[in-house]
Design a protein around this ligand. Structure first.
Ligand code: PMP
Length: 449
């Protein structure tokens, strides 16, 4: 079939992408029959792999019953069961689940719940949410105001309330040891300094990605950071929001990434891996006391039409069951350790790799000009675009933040589905090996010009 002139996407790259035909497990095929290994699970979404038969069957069954029930008219069985299941996975006390259709909606919901809670408890002067730089929390204006990434936010700054930002703890760039607790405290104490500088009575919340995503390249917090952040928030009555849109759902080896540090937030948000690409779904999960405050004061002034869609919730429930049945968190941890080890070995062959980081199967490597000083590659080399394209041509999908005119480092996320095996790890490493060699050739040609 010939391709129609496109009108459904705004293309910023010169070439149109191939048309997807089908996807199974960790592989995807385009309509020309070319196979790709999905080394980034889409955008860290398809955590349990593509076309899982049990999830598809659960969705078919739900489709035969109903595909929509408006939340103000009906409860639905899938939404009730998924809420209960999600609450059982969340930290103690966080048992109120609010469904949405994606990550940005979940972050908006968290901001608005936090704000309504402050008003309800007589602390209406709390209006600011502190976040980190760099970070990504979504593209709607509320979530964008928290996003620490100027190329995405700049045109909208005059329309948004400026929100305070503190540096993300990129110890590897600052020459600090992430295993040293003093490093974690150094970065966490920046939160306290900022709270004091702004006036503690004005701070509503602090939002943090427990393991960073696209903006920081799978940044893992230094030892002591998460606990100290929790203590600081509690000290000043600031709500702690964990943005687990990408890190939640098991790919770090625990269902919620913050479990690695045994730290509980007041509110958390989850989306990508929640229904793992089978349906648009996300959730805000809040502590019951916060929700009680807001309900007692008249109710939550917020909600999306598609919230709790039964088909999406049936998919989500089947995904969570699959993660448990197949022990996929444990597999993400084990396969992640293997993959991280192999990526680290690539450093011996490619001095251009300056850092390998991440947890479980939320991994990244960063390319640099000089590993000892972590001097970045010159931007005009455009490595963050080229390597993704080269790997794609080689049938391997990896992820970098590619925003027109934007740049937050030459880091690449390697995050295959949680069903990946050691054979898939070997394929990913082979694909990267070939692609890095081709990238180096290209860089030498560019430099010779
Ligand atoms: N928060 C984080 C940490 C994310 O990674 C993303 C998506 N990349 C979002 C929020 C926004 O999610 P969505 O694109 O589904 O709106």
């Amino acid at each position: 079939m010939s391709r129609p002139e496109t009108s459904h996407l705004f293309y910023q790259t010169r070439q149109r992408r191939p048309v997807l035909d089908q996807a199974r497990g960790v592989y995807m095929w385009d309509v020309d029959g070319k196979r790709y290994l999905d080394g980034s699970s889409g955008a860290m979404v398809c955590n349990i792999g593509h076309s899982n038969p049990r999830v598809l069957e659960a969705m078919r069954k739900q489709m035969d019953k109903s595909t929509f029930g408006y939340r103000l008219h009906f409860e639905t069985e899938p939404a009730e069961h998924l809420a209960a299941k999600t609450a059982s996975l969340a930290p103690e006390g966080l048992d109120k689940v609010f469904f949405v259709s994606g990550g940005s909606e979940a972050v908006e919901s968290a901001i608005k719940l936090a704000r309504q809670n402050a008003v309800a408890i007589g602390e209406a002067q709390r209006t600011k949410v502190i976040s980190r730089e760099p970070s990504y929390h979504g593209c709607t204006l509320g979530a964008l105001a928290l996003t620490g990434y100027a190329p995405l936010t700049a045109p909208f700054e005059p329309m948004m309330r400026p929100m305070p930002k503190i540096p993300a703890p990129r110890a590897y760039l600052d020459g600090l040891d992430p295993e040293d607790e003093a490093t974690g405290h150094h970065y966490a104490d920046m939160l306290e300094e900022r709270i004091l500088a702004e006036g503690p009575e004005t701070i509503l919340a602090f939002i943090v990605e427990p393991v960073g995503g696209a903006s920081t390249g799978a940044l893992v917090p230094p030892r002591g950071y998460m606990k100290r952040i929790r203590e600081i928030c509690s000290r000043y009555g600031v709500l702690l929001i964990h943005d687990e849109v990408m890190s939640g759902g098991g790919r770090t080896g625990k269902f919620f990434a913050a479990e690695h540090w045994d730290v509980d937030p007041d509110i958390l948000v989850i989306s990508k891996g929640f229904a793992a690409g089978y349906a648009p779904l996300g959730a805000m999960v809040a502590h019951r006391d916060i929700v009680a405050n807001v309900l007692d004061a008249g109710g939550f002034l917020h909600g999306f039409t598609y919230a709790g869609n039964p088909l999406a919730c049936a998919a989500g429930l089947a995904v969570l069951e699959e993660i448990e049945r197949e022990n996929l968190c444990a597999n993400a941890a084990a396969t992640g350790t293997l993959l991280k080890g192999e990526l680290t070995k690539l450093m011996e062959r490619y001095s251009i790799i300056g850092d390998v980081r991440g947890e479980g199967l939320l991994l990244a490597f960063e390319l640099v000009d000089d590993r000892t000083t972590m001097r970045p590659l010159p931007r005009e080399l455009n490595a963050f675009n080229h390597l993704v394209d080269i790997a794609y041509d080689n049938g391997l999908i990896i992820y970098s933040r590619r925003t027109r005119g934007g740049y937050c480092g030459d880091h690449f996320l390697i995050a295959p589905p949680m069903i990946s095996t050691s054979g898939h790890v070997a394929e990913i490493i082979d694909g990267l090996d070939i692609s890095l060699r081709q990238l180096l050739d290209r860089i030498s040609q560019q430099r010779a010009q």
